[in-house]
Design a protein around this ligand. Structure first.
Ligand code: UGA
Length: 431
């Protein structure tokens, strides 16, 4: 099939590349000329393992191209994906200006039947709005709209797309359903064929549910600390029950990123507008926001509530490992707070330092782990990068001033740390 993807952010770029890799001819469109020029050479604007190689492979095999010219992308396209950003507005609502602008441009250039699919995460009802916008400018050309939300995770985006557990396809016509089912056949996945509104809702409900799991286990962790239980074992014991599942029960300092915070807040807004108070999700957000600060409490407890002049090594700035994405990362709140409390912060992140500097004023990010931990009074772990797990803990103890580790991601075994002579405080586990 011929596919056009408008918007080369995370979702658009990964979807475009994967659709091309399974044999379609894909044109990715973006307004940003510099970005498009770089993409043509396989230089990608984000850190995502494997993505650059896959872009180059599909360019070389003539299935993937990039352009700033929408008409070029629309020419001969059977399916057009709208994958532009929907950033949150001040009040938590999704800002749809980019989606609407793209819908208008598509409508203006429509010259033959196409299925126009919203892939960006959009409030329920946006599909209908996109249809109205296109219809208002497209003349008599026939088209269908559809919703096909994305479930990929940053850091494992290609794997998640190539091995998708389901494709949610929301359509208004049988024809559009057939086209999109056909497009997804090579993924050999479960197809959930439904109406547009339901598909839009599935995306929000899925993300809000995952966020709920995280906040739930974080609250369980907080109780574990008070009653002397171990949250990792509690999660393991719960996870064997298939109805609960093992995934997303890792307690820590809460979720960040471009999706959960934005989507939970948007869902509360969507429900509110429809006259419903989505209490659980509101509380999930509140629990998540408070959870990040646990790390400061634990640190202050060690230093008698006085962090002034303490050298604190902060390991990890990104909201999770394998990404340089700083959107809503707990470090954005935590590093300035440590500094405000007088701590001398030396932070290290394997890839996110550059992006972190843009959002954390006065950040002292050093170029390697060693520089961060040298003579530190305490080490604070904010992101569970695999290289932190592989640290030589015996050598680390020699390098730091005091053997204190506050671990916001439960990366090590408390017993082992005790044997090694560390004061090791993690989340929801006995000291
Ligand atoms: C999330 C969803 O997992 C994807 O399915 C979805 O497609 C995507 O949002 C989106 O809407 O685009 P992502 O934000 O990339 O993906 O990251 P996750 O791997 O889900 O992690 C989110 C946050 O939750 C991270 O901060 C992570 O540290 C935290 N987390 C995750 C926990 O604290 N505990 C867990 O058990 C799992």
């Amino acid at each position: 099939m011929n596919v056009c993807v408008v918007g080369t952010g995370y979702v658009g770029l990964v979807s475009g590349v994967c659709f091309s890799d399974i044999g379609n001819k894909v044109t990715c469109i973006d307004l940003d000329q510099e970005k498009i020029d770089k993409l043509k050479q396989g230089i990608i604007p984000i850190y995502e393992p494997g993505l650059s190689d896959l872009v180059l492979k599909n360019i070389n095999e003539n299935r993937l191209s990039f352009s700033t010219d929408l008409t070029e992308g629309l020419k001969d396209a059977d399916v057009v994906f709208i994958a532009v950003g929907t950033p949150p507005k001040e009040n938590g609502e999704a800002d749809l200006q980019y989606v609407e602008a793209v819908a208008k441009s598509i409508g203006e250039h429509l010259d033959s039947y196409k299925v126009i699919v919203t892939k960006s995460t959009v409030p329920v009802g946006t599909g209908k709005r996109v249809k109205e916008i296109i219809a208002s400018v497209s003349g008599h050309t026939n088209f269908d709209i559809a919703s096909n939300p994305e479930f990929l995770r940053e850091g494992s985006a290609i794997y998640d797309t190539m091995n998708m557990e389901r494709a949610v396809i929301g359509v208004e016509s049988e024809k559009a359903g057939e086209v999109l089912t056909e497009l997804h056949k090579p993924f050999n996945t479960n197809i959930v064929l439904t109406d547009v509104e339901t598909a839009e809702m599935i995306k929000y409900a899925s993300n809000a549910f995952l966020a709920t799991k995280i906040s739930f286990i974080n609250e369980v962790a907080n109780v574990c600390e008070l009653v002397g239980a171990d949250v990792t074992k509690v999660a393991e014991g719960m996870g064997f029950d298939n109805r609960i599942g093992k995934a997303f029960l890792q307690a820590g300092i809460g979720y960040g990123g471009s999706c959960f915070p934005k989507d939970t807040s948007a869902l509360v807004q969507i429900a509110g507008k429809a006259g419903y108070d989505f209490k659980i999700v509101r509380n999930v957000e509140e629990v998540n926001q408070n959870q990040r600060f646990k790390i400061i409490d634990k640190l202050e407890a060690v230093f008698n509530n006085d962090l002034s002049g303490r050298k604190i090594a902060v390991l990890g700035l990104a909201f999770k490992p394998n990404t340089d994405d700083m959107r809503d990362a707990p470090s954005i709140d935590l590093v300035p707070l440590l500094q405000e409390k007088g701590a001398d912060v030396f932070a290290f992140d394997p890839v996110a330092a550059e992006n972190a500097r843009k959002v954390i004023p006065g950040l002292n990010a050093v170029e390697n782990l060693q520089k961060a931990v040298n003579n530190a009074d305490a080490v604070v772990i904010l992101t569970d990068w695999p290289e932190f797990k592989e640290m030589d803990l015996v050598q680390l103890k020699e390098t730091i001033n005091q053997p204190i580790i506050i671990d916001g991601r439960n990366m090590f075994e408390p017993e082992t740390m005790k044997e090694l002579g560390y004061y090791y405080s993690s989340i929801g586990r006995p000291l």
